[in-house]
Structures are given as C-alpha cells and as structure tokens.
Design a protein around this ligand. Structure first.
Ligand code: ATP
Length: 304
C-alpha cells in the first residue's frame, strides 16, 4: 500500500488542523509511503473526489480525515470499487470510527496505513442517497439539522441543541413496510441502522454487524419525562431491547411513509436532507472495503 490519498475536512470536529498535512506526510514518508491530499470545501466534494479518482491512477487506499459526514462522502466515492477506505477520526462524534474500533488518537489511527485488516461492509441507500452508518427520522434528525445550520461544531454544541429541542418536540407518525412485517405508530425517533453506535456513544442497535447482510429499523416510542433516565441508561449500556418504549425490525429492504407528508427530514450519517415520501431503503451487501485495526495484537513492522 504505497500511494495513499488523504481527504482532509478543515472544519470537522472544531479541531485545529494546521499541522495535519505535515504530520501525515512525515508519518508516511518515514514508512516509505507517498501521501497525496484532497481538501474538502463543503461544495461538490463528492463530484470532485470522483473526478480525481477517475482521472488519476487509483491510490492504494483513500483515508477520510474528518467526521462521519466526511467518512460517508469518501465511502460513497469508493463503494463498489477495490480501493479501501481508511478513517482518521477528526470529527465531532466519530461514530463510524468507534463502531470499527479505530483509535481516536491520530498517531494510532495512522498505523492503519501499514497495519490493518480489510473488512467488506454493507452499505445502504435511503431515499436514493448513500448511507453507511446510521440514518434517522424524528428527534435526532431535528437536532442534526439545527447543528448543521449553526456555525459551532463539536460535541458540546450537539448536546446544547438536543436539550433545547427536547422541550416542545412533537413525535411523528410513521408507516413501515419491510419484507417481513408492517408497523404503524408514533415514534419519538426512528433510526435506520447499518451500524451500532452514534457519535454521542448512544448504542441504538447493539449486537449487530456492519457486514451481516441486514439493517435494523430501531423505534423509540413517545415516552413520559419520568421514563427518560431509564431509557437513556439503556441506550448508554447496550440494552436497547429491554425498554417498554423500544422495538427493532430487522430486514433487507423497507419503505417508510409519513401519513399526510410529501417529504420528511432525514439525518444520513450526520447530514440532514429533506427526502420525498415514501422513503425506500435497500441494502448493498459487502459493497465497501474498509481498513480496520488488525485482529491480532502482534505488532508488525512496516515494509520499507
Ligand atoms: N471547507 C469546508 N468548509 C465548510 N464546510 C465544509 C468544508 N468541508 C466540508 N464541509 C462540511 O463538513 C460537513 C461534514 O463534517 P463531518 O461530519 O466530517 O464533521 P463533524 O460534523 O464535525 O463530525 P461528526 O459527523 O463525526 O459528528 C459536511 O456538511 C461538509 O459539507
């Protein structure tokens, strides 16, 4: 793995990145790797990255240096190809990195450039849009929309907005059809989960794998304020199914309708979108190669 492309998001995670390019370049040079760089701008990044990958010799891996939005954008550019995705977690939540046990410290994550296993992960299409980690409708989608519209990033901003949004929030009604069952009812939020854990460490979909050929729709029903502490405790202790207010549907495809609505706010890997209703969801099995820490603890030496 000699030629590596690093996609750098300058604004993610409210992290100072003035030294980042030099740090990566020096790390790679010391280990006989060639580092190339692509800076995101927030405009047409996916199209520009695809153009670069189409018009230059393909790199041996592309690393997303940013948060879940950056990871998802790079994953979409690579899905279906033989070029693996690497992750340098430099976002606010870094949910995807946490689900793949990628170290959050930059120097440790950079070790993936020479010491890794490769996993083949499922990806999802939600309303025609690419998703790899978690998508949702309802409460969290509203919080993510306000977070994206604001100019402050980082976990503190997310928690502040979530607290404000909870007061006065009105749950929606959803109709879900999967290949196994139909469900209709009110939900505080509804998560379409390929993975397990939000960047906030809420475990919305415990004990499921990113390569198990299915996704879950994780429902949280409207709950009284007195039930909130117990529900939150379960969400932070991988105990989603034991609450009276939760339910999971496992499937390969689904259609979600919001009665009376022609479009719905959906959060996809940390980015908010208005999607037309009904929203169709499908899974593309093992369609993305990802570099993850090696299963063995043995320390390998880089091949120079
Ligand atoms: N140069 C830029 N200027 C402004 N916005 C940018 C720029 N580059 C990327 N973006 C925007 O950054 C967002 C993605 O941020 P990302 O998700 O990687 O970080 P985060 O939100 O801080 O972390 P996380 O998703 O892990 O919580 C996208 O909305 C993208 O359009």
């Amino acid at each position: 793995m000699q030629r590596l492309l690093f996609v750098l998001n300058p604004i993610s995670g409210d992290i100072n990145k003035t030294q980042l390019r030099d740090t990566i370049a020096a790390y790679c040079a010391e280990r006989g790797r060639q580092a190339e760089f692509f800076d995101t701008t927030g405009e047409q990044d996916l199209d520009r990255l695809r153009d670069l990958l189409d018009t230059t010799p393909p790199p041996h891996a592309v690393f997303a240096a940013g948060g879940d939005g950056t990871v998802s954008m790079v994953a979409e550019a690579l899905a279906g190809s033989t070029v693996p995705l690497g992750i340098l977690p430099l976002g606010s939540g870094n949910g995807m990195a946490k689900d793949l046990a990628i170290p959050l410290a930059l120097n440790e994550a950079l070790a993936l450039t020479w010491q890794h296993d490769i996993r083949q992960l499922d990806t999802l299409r939600v309303g025609g849009r690419f998703t790899i980690h978690l998508a949702d409708m309802g409460f969290n989608a509203c919080v993510v929309k306000r977070f994206a519209d604001g100019d402050v990033r980082g976990p503190g901003a997310y928690v502040r907005i979530a607290t404000q949004e909870y007061t006065g929030y009105k749950p929606g009604t959803y109709h879900i059809e999967t290949e196994h069952e139909n469900w209709q009812g009110e939900a505080f939020m509804l998560t379409i989960a390929n993975a397990n854990t939000f960047g906030s460490n809420v475990v919305i979909n415990p004990n499921r794998e990113l390569d198990d050929g299915q996704f879950e729709i994780c429902l949280i029903a409207p709950f009284p304020g007195r039930a909130a502490p117990g529900l939150l405790y379960r969400l932070y202790t991988s105990d989603f199914d034991s609450s009276d207010y939760t339910r999971r549907l496992s499937c390969h495809r689904a259609r979600i309708t919001v009665p009376g609505a022609s479009e719905v706010l959906v959060q996809l890997d940390g980015e908010p979108y208005m999607l037309p209703c009904p929203v169709e969801i499908s899974l593309q099995p093992r369609s993305l190669l990802v570099l993850v820490p090696p299963a063995t603890a043995a320390v390998l030496q880089p091949r120079l």
